[in-house]
Design a protein around this ligand. Sequence first.
Ligand code: IPE
Ligand code: IPE
Ligand code: MG
Length: 241
Amino acid sequence: MANSNIKNYPKNVGIIMDGNGRWAIKNSLKISQGHKKGVEIVRNIVEDSVKHGIESLTLYAFSSENWNRPKAEINAIKKLVVEAINDQVEELKEKKVALKFFGHLDEFGKKILDKIKYAENETQTEKNKLNLNIALGHGGQQDIVDVIKKVSQKVIAKEIDLNKINVKTVLKNSSVPVDEIDLLIRTGGDKRISNFLLYQIAYAEIIFIKKYWPDFTSKDYIKCLYDFSKVSRRFGKRLNY
Ligand code: IPE
Ligand code: IPE
Ligand code: MG
């Protein structure tokens, strides 16, 4: 089987899955059908990630700013989250994929919160092959604000020494389950981050894909992994050429 170390593939991948709406319009479908198709694509990419030894896959499913969308669209997305959990938990368990949701989850209401907790509990095993992190109601800026509040409280409670606060302190107190994204992919043609992770993408390689998310294939994904493997990651150092 493919091994990430041999191939130099990334350990931690993040994806901004953009373009569901435009895909739906292009195909004369309802926006909600674009999101539905988007969930199907997730299934394939998760499978590919397991196959290629990716350690974590972090997906941007709903941003803090997406609350500004029409109510009907938000409700359709909420419904899809519940359906996806119902349909896929068993399959994820079999594949040893551990689910984790993060973001301002309580804003989604009790029904979804309960579902999320169920899915997370069901899919935790001793030897997970892939950590699948879903950003729901996430905003990178909001997460940093949350970290500041949390760390400040710990400083006041004398649990943390102000002078000892460092990058690790921030990462440890963040709700984001992954510390460092190696490869960030954005579909849909736009070259922006849209408030995704921020702190954890400090040294990510970024690949922008023109295709809309529902058109993104396994082949496209493998090409991203391959292209990543060819990049010289210097982290500020002077390497011998
Ligand atoms: C991304 O697709 C999914 C979410 C933001 C929930 P969009 O719905 O943003 O698709 P476009 O960008 O309008 O095409
Ligand atoms: C980013 O896409 C959020 C998700 C993919 C969930 P958006 O469509 O919300 O981002 P903008 O509005 O183009 O920046
Ligand atoms: Mg969009």
